[in-house]
Design a protein around this ligand. Structure first.
Ligand code: SAM
Ligand code: SF4
Length: 266
């Protein structure tokens, strides 16, 4: 499918939960996160229905994200059911990897192709500070497990404050290079001010070639991370919600003062 700026849209990012075991400083508040109620969160059947319709409309690339996708109960089963849909050529996940060592084998067997793991520093204390309590050793164990089971490529998402030459980013790059992982540097974004830049080493943030739509955990198809628009698959049905999002996909990102990374999926 094509939008009004003739961009081919073939990529759907699905946030399967707004919940997360971590509280990264740039993503979530330390306390007082208002969580969606369980009834607001799409069921697996609802997600699968959206994927079926999206694939019929031309999507062939799916990414599962969150919140933290590995905290959603039954996630391996969902991956399996999405992988079995004819027409899904590329199935990826973005995870903080806290629980990846436990799930890597099952995810691979379920049909996940590849994984992006978020890691902004190589320093355990700093990692714990950024994530407000995360254990960097769990991430390393998760990466090793992903490698062992053959998830490929493994990409590291590294959020940077200013430049990919800053010390933490350099150390993450060295670590990735040593281990055969790819690395993408994501400039810290601000939905409220509309601040974003292209991802270094990736495709995100490049509006002219943007090929994506997003499905939030509560069932809104969003045309852009930096847009307040969202079309409910429950109210409109998946086809109309996707058509509306496609029709309103902006030429470039604007502001999204109501949005948050953990609910839209980053
Ligand atoms: N919990 C998973 C994780 O952290 O990988 C998946 C969801 S997270 C919202 C997806 C991506 O968004 C992560 O790579 C994270 O670093 C990034 N992210 C979150 N807040 C951000 C911000 N303010 N600016 C740039 N990237 C951000
Ligand atoms: Fe959780 Fe990912 Fe947001 Fe960190 S970036 S708080 S791991 S959803």
């Amino acid at each position: 499918m094509y939008d009004r700026y003739n961009r081919r849209v073939n990529y759907l990012r699905i946030s399967v939960t707004d919940r997360c075991n971590l509280r990264c400083v740039y993503c979530m508040p330390a306390e007082g996160v208002v969580q969606l109620s369980h009834t607001d969160i799409l069921s697996f059947d609802e997600i699968l229905e959206v994927v079926h319709v999206a694939v019929d409309m031309g999507v062939d690339k799916i990414r599962i994200t969150g919140g933290e996708p590995l905290v959603r109960k039954g996630i391996v089963h969902l991956v399996k059911m999405i992988a079995e849909i004819d027409g899904v050529k590329d199935l990826a996940m973005t995870s903080n990897a806290s629980f990846l060592s436990k799930y890597a084998r099952d995810l691979k067997d379920a049909g996940l192709h590849r994984i992006n793991v978020s890691l902004d520093t190589m320093n355990p204390e700093k990692y714990a500070e950024i994530t407000r309590g995360g254990d960097i050793n769990a991430v390393f164990a998760g990466l090793k497990a992903a490698e062992k089971v053959g998830l490929n490529p493994i990409k590291i998402n590294c959020v940077i404050s200013n430049s990919s030459d800053e010390p933490d980013a350099r150390m993450v790059r060295d670590f990735a290079n040593k281990n055969g992982y790819q690395v993408r540097f994501i400039h810290m974004m601000d939905l409220e001010t509309g601040y974003f830049q292209p991802v270094e080493g990736g495709e995100g943030g490049n509006c002219a070639s943007c090929n994506r739509l997003r499905l939030t955990s509560n069932g809104l198809i969003k045309p852009c991370l930096f847009s307040t628009r969202g079309y409910s698959v429950r109210e409109l049905g998946p086809q109309e919600a996707i058509e509306m999002a496609l029709k309103h996909k902006p030429k470039r990102g604007g502001l999204n003062p109501e949005g948050s990374f953990y609910s839209i999926g980053g």
